[in-house]
Unconditional design. Structure first.
Lengths: 263, 343
């Protein structure tokens, strides 16, 4: 594992040189948060109203947290870059090193997120506390407890996106599949919590990665319970194991079909 | 001891084919057509430890595909390959610890890091303990003279400095075999010469086996003692450089400057390559006619200047490429110097 830690460290050094570029991305994040603060403000109308079991503050913090995960992990490394490595043949120059290509990509991704995510977290905390106010019953210990869930959610997200990119061994363009996956995560679980959707669909959504990537960690932060914590953590461990197995399987099959342009 | 053994190594790619125009594009949706391209076609060769081998051929000949099979990146369709006794496609990771690769057209270094950070990175990738990595960096820094820019980000280095760092990075784990794919591409003549002497030095001092592909004849001529030429996926020549040159040295280029334009004799063994007024370029086949016999047929009184030279290696290689296309019906290269199916 030491070599993946070194890859992570090297990306961290590299990413720290681009903090100004990362900060430019705050603009989109701020616009979206601003829209949702006003949207939910209007939807809730009178104080004390509950929508799908959420107070107004909980709902806005939920969106801010899921958007934080979304923006804080938006990197091309596991998506476009991995697809291009395969289609363009660059993978050939990465495969001949004594590491596993997929773990190399994941180490890079986590390295990038380690700079991006705290920056977005700081901005979120600032906006949240000034424009929405603190959450009732929130304690710092909740954040510490939910942190492993956030990190696991980010990793699961990356593993599934990398699985889609690995389809590039067979197909010309994996972008349509990324588009579908992103839209599912964005609509079900990021912009709206699962409880907003019809009750009949909710168990189905809880079986998808959506539950482990965004919904689970965000829900724990705004409404923590030990039962929920155990449930989310267990689902994440299962999803991570299944996702990794799928990732290694696709890579193992795909690499045998590798065609490198120009030899 | 053989460090590389390839036997009947083959690789076929399926390449999409589409008829021209919009109609062709629409047709390809419903009836996609592919064509088999034999990138590498049953090639066999061995490389001994410490050898410096030039593996060359025209574009699309199968050089890079062969290297990628030797390094475990591509899986052969047929045949067997062993590098340092390891099957690259089955144990790529294990092999990676013992081989190094430099692709002149592809950066392996992280451009935003300094060469030093890159070397530490590669040291960790190859599981070198910290103290050993440090000692190795010092050693390579001395050999490749990197001290002046070892702490400058790679993106700020010149191409020559970058290639020196690429070579040093590929040697951090003391590989026994080094695959060099066009290591001097884009470099100026002085830097090229510098890189060549460094490659020679590491072969001599570290006894590293060098497997080189290059379109630069200077690299081949100055570095390698053995040459393997591939074309259309097959080995068309596998010979020592000395042997190759010897067989072509029976052809001399004679350049003459004459006072007045003269009618040159039509004799077997003499071919007029170019004639422009008093400037004449002849090719004399010394196997048919001795050089002094050929010169006797030229009026010495009319001669202002004369220059006799060997055919450049570049031309020899070009002839071999062409000869393969015309079933190798060439003089000095036929018989046992050419490896071709059925010959």
């Amino acid at each position: 594992m030491k070599k993946y830690a070194v890859i992570y460290r090297s990306v961290l050094i590299e990413s720290l040189q681009y903090t100004a570029n990362i900060a430019m991305g705050f603009i989109s994040y701020l616009i979206i948060i601003f829209i949702f603060i006003h949207l939910w403000d209007y939807m809730y109308g009178t104080p004390g109203t509950l929508i799908a079991g959420y107070t107004k503050e909980q709902m806005i913090w939920y969106v801010m947290l899921t958007e934080l995960i979304w923006f804080g992990t938006s990197s091309n490394t596991v998506t476009r870059q991995a697809s291009m490595d395969i289609r363009g043949g660059n993978i050939a120059y990465l495969m001949n090193k004594p590491y596993h290509y997929t773990l190399y990509i994941l180490a890079r991704y986590i390295g990038e997120c380690s700079v991006r995510l705290p920056m977005y977290a700081a901005v979120s905390a600032l906006i949240g506390l000034t424009m929405v106010g603190s959450l009732a019953g929130f304690r710092l210990i909740t954040l510490l407890a939910a942190l492993p869930c956030i990190l696991l959610g980010i990793t699961i997200h990356a593993v599934f996106r990398l699985c889609i990119s690995l389809l590039s061994f067979w197909i010309e363009d994996a972008n349509p599949f990324h588009w579908l996956y992103n839209k599912l995560i964005l609509v079900i679980g990021t912009i709206f919590p699962i409880e907003i959707f019809p009750e009949a669909l909710q168990p189905l959504f809880k079986l998808t990665p959506i539950y482990t990537v965004c919904y689970g960690p965000a829900k724990l932060l705004i409404d923590f319970s030990v039962e929920k914590y155990a449930e989310v953590l267990a689902a994440q461990v299962l999803y991570l194991a299944a996702g990794c197995a799928l990732m290694f399987f696709i890579y193992g099959k795909g690499v045998k079909k590798l065609y490198v342009n120009g030899g | 001891m053989n460090v590389i053994e390839a036997e009947n190594l083959s690789k076929t790619f399926r390449v999409k084919r589409k008829e021209k125009g919009l109609q062709g594009s629409l047709k390809a949706i419903f009836h996609p057509q592919t064509e088999a391209v034999h990138a590498v076609d049953r090639i066999s060769f061995t490389v001994e430890e410490g050898e410096m081998l030039a593996f060359i051929g025209p574009n699309g000949a199968g050089k890079s595909t062969t290297i990628k099979m030797l390094t475990g990146i591509l899986y052969p369709d047929d045949g067997a390959v062993k590098v340092l006794g390891i099957d690259p496609s089955k144990k790529r990771k294990q092999l990676a610890y013992q081989i190094g690769t430099v692709f002149g057209q592809k950066e392996q270094l992280w451009t935003h890091l300094t060469p030093y950070d890159n070397f530490r990175f590669f040291g960790a990738i190859y599981d070198l303990p910290d103290a050993e990595a440090e000692a190795r960096i010092r050693e390579l820094s001395e050999i490749f003279e990197l001290d002046a820019f070892i702490n400058t980000p790679v993106r700020s280095l010149s191409l020559g400095q970058r290639i020196r760092c690429e070579l040093a990075a590929s040697l951090i784990h003391k590989p026994r075999v080094l695959f060099l794919d066009e290591p001097t591409i884009g470099l100026d003549p002085v830097v090229k010469e510098n890189i060549r002497s460094l490659i020679k030095q590491m072969n001599k001092e570290l006894h590293t086996t060098i497997f080189l592909t290059s379109h630069d004849v200077g690299d081949i001529e100055k570095l390698c003692k053995r040459i393997v030429i591939v074309n259309n996926g097959k080995i068309v020549l596998d010979d020592s450089m000395t042997h190759l040159k010897y067989h072509y040295l029976n052809k001399k280029i004679v350049e003459l400057k004459l006072h007045e334009e003269a009618v040159l004799p039509q004799l077997a063994g003499i071919t007029v390559l170019k004639q422009n007024g008093g400037h004449v370029k002849l090719e004399v086949d010394t196997g048919i006619m001795k050089i002094n016999d050929a010169l006797r047929h030229i009026d010495a009184e009319n001669m202002v200047d004369i220059n006799i030279s060997n055919i450049p290696l570049e031309n020899i290689i070009m002839e071999i490429y062409k000869a393969e296309g015309s079933s190798l019906k060439r003089g000095p290269l036929d018989g046992n110097h050419l490896k071709k199916e059925g010959l």
